[in-house]
Design a protein around this ligand. Structure first.
Ligand code: FDA
Length: 300
C-alpha cells in the first residue's frame, strides 16, 4: 500500500492545479491574506497559537525580494489589527539571501522593524547548509536591533551542538529545533533516523538546561513523548518551551493532550500563491496522507 501511495504522491505534480488543490488544502491556509488570518483565528479559538509563513523561497531579483518584504510587513500589521496570537516565520532566500547577503539583511531589518512596531516576534527559518552561516550572521545582526527574533537549529546538522553553545547565552534567546528537511552530505549531517533523533534530544536538553526559550518542532510522537517525560522529570517550567507542528499534518489527539496539560502548541501556517510546490513536498513526505485527504473530501 505504501508503494502505491508513494507512486500516487509522486505523479500528482504532473496534474493541473485545479486537480491538486483539494490535496493541498489541508496543508495550506489559502492563497489570500484573509484566508490565512481566518485560519489563524480558528486555530486560536481551538487553543493554538500560530506562526504564519508566506510560501516561497529563492527569489530571483531584487524587485521580487522587495515584494516579499512588503508582504511580510503587511502581514505583521494585519496580525496586529486582527488581534491574533501569531508570529511570523520567513525564509532568508525568499528575501534575497541567494542573491546577496546585504540585500537579505536590509529586507530582514525592515520586516523586523515592523515586528517591533507591532510588538511581535520574527522567526528566521533555516534552509540548506549553503546558507547556515549567513543565516546565523543575519540573525545576530537583527538581534542587536530588536531581541524578538530567533533562529532555527536542525538536529541532523553535526554543527548544531556548537551553534547552540555559541548562541544560547541569554534569557531572551528564542529558537526552534527541528530535524531538518534538506538533503545534506554525510560529512556535515547525520543521515540515520535514530542518530537524528538522538541529536534532537541532546540539542533540546542542552537548550533547556541553558537560559533560552525553545520551540520543539516535530510530529514524531516518540520524540515528543521522550522529551515531555524528560521535561517533567527535570521540572522545566512551561514558560521555557512550546511544541510546534506544521498545519495539516495529522497528529491524532496528541496536540489536544498537550494543550490539556497546559503546554503551548504553535502551528506553522503556510499561506500564499506558491502553495503548489509546498503541498507536493508535503505529500511526498507522507504519501499515506492521500487516503486521509480523500476520506475528508468524500465525507464533505
Ligand atoms: P518525522 O519525519 O519522523 O515524521 C514523524 C511523522 O510525521 C511521520 O509519520 C511523518 O510521515 C509525519 N510527517 C512529518 N512531517 C510531515 C509533513 N510535512 N507532512 C506530512 N506528514 C509529515 N526544517 C528545516 O530544515 N528548517 C526549518 O526552518 C524548519 N521549520 C519547521 C517548523 C516546524 C513548526 C516544523 C514542524 C518543522 C519544520 N521543519 C523545518 C521541518 C523539519 O525539519 C522536518 O523535516 C519535519 O518536521 C519532519 O520531521 P519530524 O520531526 O516531524 O519527524
Amino acid at each position: 500500500m505504501s508503494f502505491i501511495n508513494s507512486f500516487l504522491a509522486s505523479i500528482l505534480m504532473y496534474f493541473p492545479k485545479w486537480f491538486v488543490r483539494p490535496f493541498a488544502a489541508p496543508y495550506v491556509a489559502g492563497e489570500t491574506l484573509k484566508s490565512a488570518l481566518d485560519t489563524v483565528r480558528e486555530l486560536n479559538q481551538d487553543g493554538f497559537c500560530a506562526t504564519l509563513d508566506i510560501l516561497g523561497e529563492h527569489v530571483q531579483s531584487e524587485a521580487e525580494s522587495f515584494k516579499i518584504r512588503d508582504a511580510y510587513i503587511n502581514l505583521f500589521q494585519s496580525i496586529k489589527k486582527a488581534g491574533l496570537d501569531s508570529n511570523v516565520s520567513l525564509k532568508p532566500t525568499h528575501l534575497g539571501l541567494g542573491i546577496n547577503y546585504n540585500l537579505a539583511l536590509k529586507n530582514l531589518l525592515a520586516i523586523l522593524n515592523t515586528a517591533k512596531e507591532t510588538d511581535n516576534f520574527m522567526r528566521i527559518d533555516m534552509e540548506n547548509s549553503d546558507y547556515t552561516d549567513a543565516t546565523i550572521n543575519a540573525y545576530q545582526e537583527c538581534y542587536t536591533e530588536y531581541n524578538q527574533v530567533g533562529p532555527v537549529f536542525q538536529a541532523y546538522m553535526k554543527r548544531t551542538g556548537d551553534d547552540i553553545s555559541e548562541l544560547n547565552t541569554a534569557e531572551d534567546f528564542n529558537c526552534r529545533i527541528c530535524k531538518g528537511i534538506y538533503r545534506e552530505s554525510p560529512n556535515i549531517a547525520f543521515q540515520d533516523r535514530e542518530a537524528i533523533r538522538t541529536n534532537f534530544i541532546k540539542a533540546t536538553q542542552a537548550l533547556l538546561t541553558g537560559p533560552g526559550y525553545v520551540g520543539i518542532a516535530t510530529h514524531d510522537i516518540t520524540l515528543i513523548d521522550t522529551l515531555e517525560t524528560w521535561i517533567r522529570e527535570n521540572d522545566i517550567p512551561k514558560t521555557r518551551f512550546e511544541f510546534q507542528v506544521l498545519y495539516g499534518v495529522p497528529m491524532g489527539d496528541r496536540l489536544k493532550k498537550l494543550l490539556e496539560v497546559g503546554y503551548k502548541v504553535r502551528v506553522y501556517v503556510p499561506c500564499g500563491e506558491a502553495w503548489f510546490d509546498y503541498a507536493i513536498r508535503r505529500l511526498k513526505e507522507n504519501p499515506n496522507i492521500l487516503w486521509y485527504i480523500l476520506g475528508n473530501i468524500f465525507k464533505r
